[in-house]
Ligand binder design. Structure first.
Ligand code: 5GP
Ligand code: ZN
Length: 117
């Protein structure tokens, strides 16, 4: 599924208001909410309101929506932190993806180390 809500998708349920979330920002087509298990002082997930499985699917299907997502991520990092941030898309289970509705992790608010594996 690409553009409608996917059955049993946690982030589609958050977008629909069926699962509560700490929403920090939104735009026409994108929503940002705090990660339930933060790994940094600012750890926000930025999610298109439409369902797309991962970043490569989104980039192919709707590049302007991916650009909107990055723009909202930047806004969040500027408003909640100092505008310096790491943007992470985990793509695929071996890369750490556990929710298969594309989301960018905005990680900010601390000097970040680099331990990807
Ligand atoms: P992934 O592992 O797919 O890159 O990231 C999924 C993220 O979703 C994880 O960082 C996890 O903590 C977060 N998460 C899982 N369930 C929930 C939830 O119910 N609410 C919120 N706000 N975040 C969640
Ligand atoms: Zn979804």
């Amino acid at each position: 599924m690409t553009s409608e809500a996917a059955a049993d998708c946690l982030f589609c349920k958050i977008v629909a208001g069926q699962v509560p979330a700490d929403v920090v920002a939104s735009s026409d087509r994108v929503i940002a909410f705090r990660d339930i298990s933060p790994k940094a002082p600012v750890h926000v997930l930025v999610v298109p309101k439409e369902h797309h499985g991962d970043v490569s699917v989104l980039a192919a299907a709707d590049p302007s929506l991916l650009a909107d997502l990055v723009a909202l991520a930047d806004e969040v990092a500027t408003e909640l932190s100092d505008g310096q941030y790491r943007l992470i898309f985990n793509s695929g289970p071996r890369a750490g993806q556990s929710v298969f509705h594309v989301h960018a992790h905005v990680i900010s608010g601390a000097k970040l180390g680099w331990t990807p594996a």
